[in-house]
Design a protein around this ligand. Structure first.
Ligand code: ADP
Length: 518
């Protein structure tokens, strides 16, 4: 078999032994193989004879064919990068004179003009009389390592430059030991004594306002459980003098190859001024709305009294005017209430009062409440409540408000009289879904993306139904966003719309105190 094999491959016997299949006794690698593996070449200079010898790997490092011809010192210097030649020859000369070992980095230029970086090390050998007889050394190609070092250096430099240039507190949490590094802003702006400092585990959380701390702790725990890369929260952070600053914290989570979080790097932006403005705006809206509501309520009461008590004395035209004043007042009260609701929710003053409620009762209640509007439009509402009670944990006021908005929209945005609005509430795919569908004007396609935006009204609605604020659906979406629900719709212009609201199977979620949508 062996004869056949070598006969089939006549050159096999002359080839270098295969290092993998080599018999055990000869399996130690040769010096040449070792040099090739680590990209280290060796050289030797016999001072007495003037002979210079290079290892094969050194030739390869210099882009030359191994062993082609001996390289003399002058020829060697020509292979060095022109800018480094003088320095290299000076260093070697100095080593020869001082008889000391040497070590330096230099560049070389390959025949193909590519530049590589080498690390050279050398030793001087002397005879008994102290004369130099031999010099030898190694050269290693460190180009890739240098590039990696430079890239790392640059990115470190960039990180420190950004940290120094910004007014934000920049931090870097090591999740292994919990330690946290802060840039100098913590010292300069927040007046903590140490610059460029590292604080122990828990220090940051301990300096979050007690009213925000639990919320932030839960939020961080949820972040670490998830696969999310980014995180953002607003909270109050304590300065060294004990006062608090409103901050917006945005962070990035770094993970290892298995997805385990290893570091959190983030920045805290001081938003005190913005928060003060927001608070002033909220106070202003709240004040104005309350001030407006009182005279409006009196106006409504007085016009109602006028309409009922003086029917006989009033002319038809006067009665018509009173009716118009009444409906305008009603619209203004609705608008003021909606603005107040939005302001309350956006600034985190929405409080949920969750309780187990029978959905059928709440929907029926709303249908009864809008009976005057239904009668005016001659609308037929079809709602077939389930036979069994449909109990769910919800905030009955918020849920009723949602049903009210959808029902009144379905009726108001249907011009034709005598149409039908269908209402249903069913469990589908682990959620509860409320559906309200009408045969009205529908929503033009170009308006679909904007329907849940504040103050947005579609063109066909503005033309046909003057009394709208564009706040009802925005408000509904805010409520659902904060309580774990969702809202969407299907619509065809001129044919009708169906609005869907989904609630989690365990009902509405509790809104964290102070949670703000802003
Ligand atoms: P408003 O009804 O006060 O304008 P909403 O926020 O309730 O405010 O609705 C926003 C807009 O969405 C409406 O102006 C209208 O263009 C559209 N819309 C809402 N419901 C319907 C519906 N059932 N049919 C057609 N358009 C609707």
């Amino acid at each position: 078999m062996a004869t056949e094999s070598s006969g089939g491959h006549p050159k096999a016997a002359q080839q270098a032994p295969d290092p993998i299949n080599r018999p055990l006794e000869t399996s130690t690698i040769s010096l040449d193989e070792a040099q090739e593996l680590v990209h280290i070449g060796t050289w030797q200079w016999d001072v007495a004879t003037g002979d210079i010898s290079w290892s094969d790997e050194l030739y390869r490092i210099y882009g030359l064919k191994p062993g082609k011809k001996a390289i003399g010192f002058e020829e060697f210097i020509q292979l060095i990068h022109p800018e480094d030649r003088e320095r290299v020859s000076g260093l070697i000369g100095e080593a020869y004179q001082s008889k000391r070992s040497f070590e330096f980095e230099h560049r070389i230029m390959l025949p193909n003009k590519k530049i590589r970086i080498l690390e050279g090390k050398g030793k001087v050998v002397m005879d008994n009389a102290g004369n130099v007889v031999r010099m030898f050394g190694t050269s290693q190609d460190i180009t890739e390592r240098k590039k990696a070092d430079q890239a790392l250096y640059r990115s470190n430099e960039r990180f420190h430059a950004v940290s120094a240039a910004t007014n934000d507190v920049v931090y870097d949490i090591d999740l292994q030991d919990g330690s946290i590094w802060f840039n100098d802003v913590l010292c300069n702006e927040y007046k903590y004594p140490e610059q460029d400092s590292v604080y122990p585990r828990g220090w940051r959380v301990d300096h979050i306002h007690p009213g925000d701390r639990q919320r932030i702790k839960r939020s961080i725990a949820a972040l670490l459980r998830s696969q999310d890369k980014t995180w953002a929260e607003e909270y109050r952070f304590q300065k060294h003098d004990g006062t608090y600053t409103d901050v917006r914290d945005r962070a990035l989570v770094l993970r290892d190859s298995s997805g385990k979080p290893t570091r959190i790097i983030g920045s805290m932006l001081d938003i005190t001024q913005q928060k003060d403005l927001e608070r002033a705006k909220d106070r202003f809206i709240s004040l104005v709305s309350h001030q407006l509501r009182t005279p409006l309520t009196s106006m409504r009461l007085l016009t109602e009294m006028l309409a009922i008590g003086y029917t006989e004395q009033l002319t038809e035209a006067q009665q018509d005017y009173i009716q118009k004043i009444e409906s305008s007042t009603e619209r203004m009260i609705k608008l003021v209430n909606e603005i107040l609701d939005v302001s309350n929710i956006e600034s985190g003053r929405l409080h949920t009062h969750l309780a187990s409620e029978d959905i059928r009762t709440l929907i029926t209640g709303q249908i009864e409440e809008i009976a005057p509007l239904t009668a005016e439009r001659d609308t037929h509402i079809v709602y077939n409540p389930a036979e069994e009670p449909q109990t769910l944990t919800i905030d009955s006021v918020l849920f009723s408000q949602i049903v009210h908005n959808l029902l009144t929209n379905a009726i108001r945005y249907t011009l034709e009289k005598g149409t039908t609005v269908h209402v249903s509430f069913e469990k589908a795919d682990e959620k509860y879904v409320l559906a309200v569908s009408d045969q009205g004007i529908g929503i033009p396609e170009e308006s679909w993306p904007h329907i849940f935006t504040s103050f947005y009204r579609a063109n066909n609605a503005i033309k046909t139904q003057g009394d709208g604020s564009g706040l009802g659906l925005y408000l509904t979406k805010l409520i659902l966003d904060m309580t774990g629900g969702d809202i969407w719709f299907e619509s065809e212009q001129g044919k009708g719309s169906t609005f869907y609201v989904s609630l989690p199977s365990d009902g509405m979620h509790h809104v964290q105190e102070g949670a703000s949508l802003a």
